[in-house]
Design a protein around this ligand. Structure first.
Ligand code: ADP
Ligand code: MG
Length: 387
């Protein structure tokens, strides 16, 4: 990978910037600005250097989703004039790109609307690459997708890693081969998306704590009743249960016939719903957090949106004050940390969810590979060699 040098004169240069702007939108407004806050400095630095910047990004899962609310948020936050094109590969976009002058920025509409983006069709890659002389991937959080805007464009024009990309790469890298004693804490709900990471870290970490709805799958495998609790019932975790590094909650907060109470997982009744991890479990975890040299945390420990946030909050505070390195990621995890105003208390807070999990599991990502292959870019734009 080559890192792009933003301290060069970029007047007259056309830059295609792949940014990570996939943020939650509610009632037509951006509901969480974390990714926008991280993305904006790169956009502004390119503009300040005189580049003609075309920003490419996606939003949501549906192709119908629009970046218009993101554009409004960018405009609100930036002193620079940013333009918005209502399409990606159509005439409007092509003309707007061609009209860019030095220091100007153009945001294209949701790139997933472009035919061939998701399929990584080379025609789409070529058309997007035609918008620039150089490609900057600043979207680490989207780099687990082998889409045209991530892996296709650098097949056609020189590709570099942007500052945000490098911040994520270097911030998460220590979690790929953790210093001992290491502790992984995995919670949340999406067992299917977290299972590969879980299986990986039980072999590479010293201790792995399972919380959130993820733990329910393990309780089931142990033959416990989980009542009405959320479970994915997707994978078979019986083999993982035998792993001595794995730590399950020893108490849970349930809502049942007698209201909300804390009990042992083995005592959960058919009428109960498990909604959080209990106090005793956190006390058991505390000494491990204190002595860990590296802590990886992804996924809330309970249903915090419904008010069952005590365990997540206690955990966030403990990890925030830990002496070791802490790497934290996941959309909902970050939302919980933001509410607690603890964002600057961790070594690295990632904007990435799936990409972080995959990078730790595989040690690389399609977007990283794409920047490491092809073109000898350094000669063209004077990039400093990356790792
Ligand atoms: P992240 O976005 O941080 O990766 P996930 O998306 O995997 O996390 O999971 C977050 C969701 O998990 C939240 O909506 C939270 O309410 C839910 N959750 C955690 N624990 C429980 C539980 N015991 N019961 C129901 N939902 C839970
Ligand atoms: Mg989530």
């Amino acid at each position: 990978m080559k890192v792009f040098d933003l301290n060069q004169d970029l007047r007259g240069k056309r830059v295609v910037l792949r940014a990570s702007l996939n943020v939650p939108v509610a009632s037509g407004r951006v509901a969480n600005t974390f990714r926008i806050e991280r993305a904006l400095p790169t956009i502004e630095a390119l503009a300040a250097a005189g580049a003609r910047t075309t920003v490419i990004a996606h939003i949501g899962r549906e192709k119908t989703a629009s970046l218009a609310p993101v554009y409004e948020e960018l405009t609100r936050r930036s002193a620079r004039r940013i333009r918005f094109a209502g399409d990606v590969l159509g005439n409007t976009a092509r003309q707007a790109v061609a009209a860019l002058e030095d220091g100007e920025v153009l945001l294209l509409e949701n790139v997933r609307r472009a035919q061939g983006e998701i399929e990584n069709d080379d025609t789409a890659a070529k058309a997007l690459a035609a918008y620039g002389d150089v490609y900057l991937n600043d979207a680490f959080a989207d780099s687990h997708r082998a889409h045209a805007s991530i892996v296709g464009i650098p097949r056609h024009i020189p590709g570099f890693a942007g500052p945000n990309f490098m911040r994520e790469y270097e911030g998460i890298l220590p979690a790929c081969s953790p210093e001992s004693p290491s502790l992984g804490i995995v919670g949340g709900a999406k067992f299917g998306t977290k299972e590969p990471l879980l299986r990986h870290i039980v072999s590479t970490y010293d201790r792995v704590f399972i919380g959130g709805a993820l733990a329910h799958d393990f309780f089931l495998a142990k033959g416990f009743e989980i009542g009405k609790s959320l479970t994915s019932r997707s994978g078979d975790v019986t083999d993982l249960l035998k792993n001595s590094k794995l730590v399950l909650p020893k108490d849970v907060v349930v809502s049942g016939a007698d209201g909300v109470e804390t009990k042992a997982p083995a005592d959960v009744l058919p009428v109960d719903t498990i909604l959080d991890v209990g106090h005793a479990s956190l006390s058991t975890l505390a000494p491990h957090i204190e002595k860990a040299r590296l802590i990886l945390w992804n996924g809330p420990l309970g249903n915090f949106e419904q008010g069952f946030s005590a365990a997540t909050e206690a955990l966030a505070k403990k990890v925030a004050s830990a002496a070791g390195r802490s790497v934290v990621g996941g959309g909902d995890t970050i939302a919980a940390i933001q509410n607690l105003r603890l964002m600057d208390k961790f070594t690295h807070v990632s904007t990435a969810g799936g990409a972080m999990l995959q990078f730790i599991t595989d040690g690389t990502l399609p977007g990283i590979k794409a920047l490491s292959e092809v073109h000898n870019t350094a000669a063209v734009f004077g990039g400093a060699p990356g790792r």
